[in-house]
Design a binder for this molecule. Structure first.
Ligand SMILES: Cc1ncc(COP(=O)(O)O)c(C=O)c1O
Length: 428
């Protein structure tokens, strides 16, 4: 049988029940698992047998959902984490340690920027940020001999810059390092970064994947395409024995397809414990079952709202990659021909004050520190998610002080437009 299409994978991926088994994925709400002998359990600890022993490291419900996301992205292995933040932290920390360096796009989520530029910098990992449309020279100059990975977002939150994944993958590979893509906004329903050369994908599943604002979560997927052993000098954590785990060399024992996620599970999850709850994984799976249907509607609503705003006299600028003439229109068509996402950003005439006044008048869209949900919501990033950034950092991240991030939900587009129209009418 042919490989299943994305919609079928959304509904049925990751779980094939046998005769008489539950049709819905079982929630294994258990911290621990029973064994008859210490020898059997010992084999699990030595990673000689696969199985569950403690849910901080692995849980069957979480693994079932990770397997679905792995299928959706076309990866070789995946793991869930308890948040998108922990997914991005683990994705990088699994490769880099004190004294190492990462190249990252400057157009990324403010929380990720803070994680990199402040918290991970304190851990001794340095980051160089480059604009997603930087010149070849600027991109080349960003690399150092100790660079361990390149990081970017498919569609940046909230700047909505589309990353030229092929270009960043080529640069990363020329320097013998993998490209990590946070694919939260596009989701695999609309873009599969591995098909364009990315090596590792991360998600804040809190967003479209869950889609209903029900559970915070994250995911990391490995493509299995990066040859760690060919760059063994750069990745001792994967290519030399892990003394904290019985001297296992992950890349030897688990090969190209399994080493990265096994190390992240056996070492990082063991030590840092950013474990999702089985109940949260179950809720995430409910969201995933309709991801492909919802993403289509989110993107249609996004385009309808963007077109309305584009022609409104009280709006100074609109960013939506599917708008003809948008700076990233061509990249969006190339990487996301079926649509992008439902997030539109724009500036209200009158700047910061006018934006705040306008948002107060919205009746359907709620002001939330959230995005990518079934219910339309909006946010003023400069006074919320990005408030830790100074003006220079804000502009580098593509976030002007007047930027309103408006996340189209699944409501009727005409109702959203009428709501926007009355709120704009209500301000001078
Ligand atoms: C693109 C992106 N990555 C990561 C995160 C962090 O995810 P979480 O809030 O699930 O920790 C977010 C949150 O908004 C995001 O938008």
């Amino acid at each position: 049988m042919n490989e299943k299409r994305i919609g079928t994978k959304c509904v049925q991926g990751g779980y094939t029940p046998g005769n008489g088994e539950p049709r819905q994925i079982p929630i294994i709400q258990s911290t621990t698992f029973k064994y008859a002998t210490s020898e059997e359990m010992g084999k699990l600890f030595d990673l000689e047998a696969s199985g569950y022993f403690y849910s901080r490291l692995q849980n069957p419900t979480c693994d079932t959902v990770a397997a679905k996301i792995c299928e959706l992205e076309g990866g070789s292995a995946a793991m869930l984490t308890c948040s998108g933040q922990s997914a991005n932290f683990f994705a990088v920390f699994n490769l880099a340690t004190a004294g190492d360096h990462i190249v990252a796009s400057s157009a990324i989520y403010g929380g990720t920027f803070n994680l990199f530029a402040v918290t991970m910098a304190k851990m001794g990992i340095e980051f160089t940020f480059v604009a997603p449309d930087c010149s070849e020279e600027e991109l080349e100059k960003a690399f150092r001999p100790n660079t361990k990975a390149v990081f970017g977002e498919t569609i940046a939150n909230p700047a909505l810059r589309v990353l030229d994944i092929e270009r960043f993958a080529a640069a990363a590979h020329a320097h013998g390092v993998p490209l990590i893509i946070d694919n939260t906004f596009a989701t695999p329903a609309h873009c599969r970064p591995f098909e364009w050369g990315a090596d590792i994908v991360t998600h804040s599943t809190t967003k479209y994947m869950d889609g209903h604002g029900a559970a915070v979560g994250g995911c990391i997927v490995d493509s299995g395409k990066f040859d760690w052993m060919a760059h063994a000098d750069k990745y001792p954590g994967l290519c030399t024995p892990d003394e904290s785990y019985h001297g296992i060399t992950y890349a030897e024992r688990f090969g190209q397809g399994g080493a990265y996620i096994t190390k992240a599970t056996a070492q990082l999850m063991r030590d840092l414990g950013a474990t999702p709850a089985p109940q949260s994984a179950f809720l995430l799976n409910l969201g995933l079952e309709s991801l492909h249907v919802r993403m289509k509607r989110h993107a249609e609503n996004g385009l309808a709202v963007a077109k309305f705003l584009q022609n409104h006299e009280k709006i100074t600028w609109v960013r939506f990659p599917e708008l003809e003439g948008d700076v990233d229109y061509e990249l969006a068509k190339k990487y996301m021909p079926d649509g992008t996402c439902g997030v539109v950003s724009f500036g209200v005439k009158g700047g910061r004050k006018a934006a705040e006044a306008f948002m107060k008048h919205l009746k359907i869209a709620a002001i939330e520190t959230h995005v990518a949900d079934a219910r339309t919501c909006c946010l003023h990033p400069a006074s919320a998610t990005h408030r830790q950034m100074n003006d220079e950092q804000l502009l580098a991240a593509g976030v002007s002080p007047d930027l309103v991030r408006y996340s189209c939900g699944l409501e009727d587009a005409q109702d959203l437009i009428e709501d926007l129209a009355q709120a704009l009418d209500a301000i001078d």
